[in-house]
Write a protein of this length. Structure first.
Length: 201
């Protein structure tokens, strides 16, 4: 898993405090490894990282994207509606702790908050990040099936994506298009409003 090494390299650009870097990674690992989590885990972060690496040349600020990746689900309670706000606040605190420039912090906070509804944003990197966060919806059935089960079936999925505006980036539009037929052969879709650009089972 590349997550620890990339996180360490990221933080070393802002602090030389090795103990602090280790402590911040341990904090991330502990939160994302909570046994009550089913999808928002380290596996989700790893998958997100691989998707972002695939289109890294399109990303304007790689550091901001990485901070957003590691902290966007750091706070997660399925019974709460303030997870994104709490995660953004958490990220801001940790980034200030290591001396990250304010503009990077502000952009990271905006990206994390954007994952609440995944709507079209004026910022290219933010659109890339929220597309990546929804990338599981455009995966082949074998990859997607576990996610489908974790969110307790189609109604949970429809509820989740009904607020989105679909994929913005051609990379995920292409991935989703290729996977749609595969999923449609596995799970029927009752009548519902489906956002353009997303692939449902």
């Amino acid at each position: 898993m590349e997550l620890p090494a990339i996180f360490s390299n990221l933080l070393r650009r802002y602090t030389s405090n090795h103990a602090l870097i280790i402590g911040l990674w341990n904090e991330i690992e502990e939160n994302y490894s909570n046994k009550k989590r089913h999808y928002h885990t380290l596996d989700h972060l790893e998958a997100l990282l691989q998707h972002l690496l695939a289109i890294r040349p399109q990303i304007d600020n790689w550091d901001t994207i990485l901070f957003s990746l590691y902290y966007h689900d750091i706070i997660y309670n399925p019974l709460k509606t303030t997870n994104e706000e709490k995660s953004a606040e958490f990220a801001e605190n940790r980034m200030q702790l290591i001396g990250v420039p304010q503009i990077t912090i502000e952009n990271c906070v905006r990206q994390i908050l954007a994952t609440k509804k995944h709507l079209l944003n004026f910022d290219n990197d933010t659109n890339i990040f929220i597309d990546a966060d929804l990338s599981i919806l455009g995966q082949p059935w074998k990859v997607y099936e576990n996610y489908f089960k974790q969110i307790k079936g189609l109604q949970g999925l429809i509820s989740f994506i009904s607020q989105t505006s679909g994929y913005q980036n051609p990379y995920w539009q292409f991935q989703s298009k290729n996977a749609c037929k595969d999923k449609s052969q596995n799970v029927p879709v009752p009548g519902s409003r489906i956002p353009a650009g997303l692939c449902l089972p």
